[in-house]
Ligand binder design. Structure first.
Ligand SMILES: Nc1ncnc2c1ncn2[C@@H]1O[C@H](COP(=O)(O)OP(=O)(O)OP(=O)(O)O)[C@@H](O)[C@H]1O
Ligand SMILES: [Mg+2]
Length: 250
């Protein structure tokens, strides 16, 4: 066979790899859907910011009865955009396929850190938090475990009832670290459970928007845990609450 010229120089033969076309089309469709979703998520707050800014400029800025309200709406929408960008960056970092690190992690300190940083939200909603965790040291990616717990605890606060409870427990079982975050909130309808880990999926759109949610939190949790070989699961009862469980081989 005549030698073939390639970027590698002159070679004897060329191996052509045919990718499965359905796979390529599926990936392409997912990418398009993702871009469409991201654009839509940006559009709503941007339209609102622009509309309120225009109304202020065309005279409302001189009306002390409405100007502060309009400015607060602009501020709230800008904060939402900031949260969106920050969640998208976290997701992009996780998807960059950088291997998870393995370091010594004191699980209780990660949980305590996440709770301490939310003291004001917890007090404001009059929520009681209990932690059942003995001293557990594991080999894991500390930052990804923190990210996962941070999103689960945020949800347990946001989707809880005022005066509700959050129970966090962690234990080792046959080489697997099990951490669960249980709340006494609104619960999630069973038919919605398989979809809540999808990007941008929100069960109650109105309530999620009110709480400033982007719908990316649980997809971040899923990535952060699965990239370490672990799994995340959920059980929920309407009106009674939800329990999210992380299982991590350590
Ligand atoms: N503990 C929970 N109790 C009830 N519903 C929940 C709970 N956790 C998540 N959900 C539902 O699942 C949806 C997706 O959650 P996810 O954390 O991915 O997004 P989010 O909370 O809306 O936004 P954010 O990106 O800020 O976390 C939520 O909008 C909510 O409807
Ligand atoms: Mg969330």
């Amino acid at each position: 066979m005549a030698p073939v010229r390639s970027v590698l120089g002159e070679v004897d033969s060329v191996v052509v790899v045919f990718h499965d076309l359905t796979d390529i089309r599926r990936t392409e469709r997912m990418r398009r859907d993702f871009i469409a979703n991201v654009s839509h998520e940006f559009k709503t707050p941007l339209t609102s910011i622009r509309g309120y800014a225009e109304t202020l400029l065309s005279g409302a800025k001189d009306d002390p009865k409405i100007a502060p309200d309009f400015l607060r709406t602009i501020e709230r929408n800008a904060e939402h955009l900031e949260a969106l960008v920050s969640d998208l960056l976290t997701l992009a970092r996780l998807e960059a396929e950088v291997p998870a690190t393995r370091e010594q992690v004191d699980v209780k300190s990660v949980i305590d850190e996440q709770i301490s940083s939310r003291t004001s939200a917890i007090t404001e909603r009059d929520i009681r938090v209990t932690v059942a965790c003995l001293s557990i040291e594991v080999q894991a990616d500390r930052s990804r475990l923190s990210t996962a717990l941070s999103n689960l605890i945020d949800n347990a606060i946001h989707y809880n009832k005022a005066g509700g409870e959050i129970r966090i427990s962690a234990e080792m079982q046959n080489g697997t670290l099990n951490v669960s975050v249980a709340d006494t909130g609104y619960g999630i309808p069973s038919e919605e459970l398989p979809r809540i880990f999808e990007r941008f999926y929100r069960v109650d759109k109105a309530r999620a928007r009110e709480s400033g949610g982007t719908g990316l939190g649980l997809s971040i949790v899923k990535h952060a845990i699965e990239s370490q070989g672990g799994a995340i699961s959920v059980t929920s009862r309407i009106g009674a609450g939800s329990t999210f469980t992380i299982r991590l081989p350590v």
